[in-house]
Design a protein around this ligand. Sequence first.
Ligand code: 1CP
Length: 343
Amino acid sequence: MPEKTILKALAGETQATPPIWMMRQAGRYLPEYRETRAQAGDFLSLCYNPELAAEVTLQPIRRYGFDAAILFADILLVPQALGADLWFVTGEGPRLSTITTQAGMDKLKPVSEIHETLNPVYETVRILSRELPKETTLIGFAGAPWTVATYMIAGRGTKDQGPAHALKSENRPLFEALLDRITEATVEYLSAQIEAGAEVVKLFDSWAGSLKGDDFDRYAVEPARLIISQIKERHPGIPVIAFPREAGDGYIGFHKRTGADCVAVDDSVDAAWVAEHVQVDGCVQGNLKSSHMVTGGQALVDETRRIVDALKGGPHIFNLGHGITPDADPENVQLMIDTIRNG
Ligand code: 1CP
């Protein structure tokens, strides 16, 4: 059995106190993050600066002693490595050059060339694997193909992923060729992170919830299965966390269908339901509402206890249902941790 608490949970061990980390734990709610980010300049410069990216990854570990650190990077670095233009508009979010035609697809670089752009990320991983405390697990990550494709097609974040759904119905071969290219790049990217020292990898499918029926099977389940099987073939023993956000009933059977060691769940599903329908197949991660990190108080304590209690019968990694927001109070994070660790 592994020693680190996160790896124990991923190996299927039920623990009296669940290990804890938080999506977006290195982020704007922390003053020390804002300071380093200002030093780096813009967000992308921070992602591609190994020393500073490692520094912001370490900040929440120093402050809170989380059981896992997640590499500081972004899911949109893969499109950029494939040749898309990428920039961030302050206060609005990412912008990318769009791909909606074969000509656009033809301009993408071959997967073999992605490392030229992504090498600094691997260097961040190498620094972290030297500098993290020995009990802390290092998680690498990538966006899942559907979620990454929604940004590459629309050129920005969208509420309903309309442009990606439109391309899927209007030019399915092109849509599928794009997903295949992202799938292949993701395997190479995650493998390189593992070779650099990532001990676990996570696939973020933030927009999986807008895929229904057959589309969910073809574009959320199948790419995850392909990526996970190739990662496991190349790197036996490396656990994978899958996060098909807002999958609803699609969470049921997701471990078995994809080979994921852990399924992360968002806060739209009840923890008791998760225990009954998802945790029966293996480790689960989640799922406190991020808004508690803003509002705090007794409601935060009660809800944290309720989730820990509902999921105590099986392997569980405590996390939020989605990323912590910039308006969160750092003291509420400590309250959540104290509630979990001290009862
Ligand atoms: O100004 C800033 O500091 C930028 C805010 C920010 C941060 C801190 C962005 C822009 N990305 C990140 C880091 C990040 N992104 C991490 C680092 C590790 C950690 O969790 O601490 C990770 C894992 C991501 C993953 C990511 N990026 C996702 C998947 C998870 C999710 O939140 O659903 C997505 C969809 C993105 C795209 C993205 N990057 C940034 C923003 C604001 C967005 C969302 C854009 C949108 O849809 O409108």
